[in-house]
Design a protein around this ligand. Structure first.
Ligand SMILES: CC(C)(COP(=O)(O)OP(=O)(O)OC[C@H]1O[C@@H](n2cnc3c(N)ncnc32)[C@H](O)[C@@H]1OP(=O)(O)O)[C@@H](O)C(=O)NCCC(=O)NCCS
Length: 172
């Protein structure tokens, strides 16, 4: 590995970073074929860039993007609806925008997506990125948010558990 960096350690990601990450996510998660997942559209990337810039943590090796973690600020009520399967992930994201939930007023954090390109896996990068993102999002807030997720894979679930144990955050 050359020089691994996390965008959370610098000034937040650019709009171009959001677009590139959305493309990377699309190539793996195929959200266009699954309408229950958040759509990787330019409109959604622009909203996230403007309203929740610190939600995205981009991992680079020198200049190359090798992965990311995306943790979205949320409310407790939308979290509960989502966990009870009353609303889809796509609907959750739409409601967040309508209800103007952002980095200043959230009560819970949704670990929405994480991806590391295969040759960089099992080096602790996703765990490290998740911890850094949670710390960055919570540093200005007095509350202890609840972390929740919709684990896509066994590795995803294990990574969340590892991050949770390190940072001591309540997990739903
Ligand atoms: C899930 C993913 C992001 C994990 O990234 P990573 O940087 O390799 O994760 P970490 O190295 O931080 O692993 C954290 C812990 O999770 C567990 N883990 C991760 N991958 C694992 C695997 N393939 N098999 C068994 N345990 C695994 C381990 O306990 C690991 O800790 P350890 O290495 O100290 O034992 C990566 O595997 C990936 O991109 N997968 C495809 C996309 C995906 O499924 N994303 C998650 C859903 S949103």
């Amino acid at each position: 590995m050359n020089k691994i960096t996390f965008s959370s350690d610098k000034i937040g990601p650019t709009y171009k970073d959001f677009i590139e990450t959305a493309k990377l996510a699309e190539s793996y998660f195929k959200t266009k074929q699954n309408k229950t997942q958040i759509e990787t559209s330019r409109k959604n990337s622009l909203w996230a860039y403007k309203k929740i810039p610190n939600s995205l943590n981009i991992i680079r090796n020198d200049r190359k993007i090798i992965g990311f973690v995306w943790i979205i600020p949320c409310s407790k009520s939308l979290m509960n609806k989502f966990l009870r399967k009353k609303i889809s992930e796509a609907k959750l994201f739409k409601k967040l925008q309508e209800q103007k939930i952002d980095e200043d007023n959230f009560e819970s954090l949704y670990l929405c997506s994480s991806f590391i390109i295969p040759e960089y896996r099992r080096k602790g990068l996703a765990t490290k990125a998740a911890i850094k993102t949670i710390r960055k999002l919570t540093q200005k807030r007095k509350i202890k948010p609840i972390l929740f997720s919709w684990p896509y894979s066994k590795e995803g679930k294990l990574t969340i558990l590892k991050a949770k144990n390190t940072i001591n955050i309540k997990l739903r």
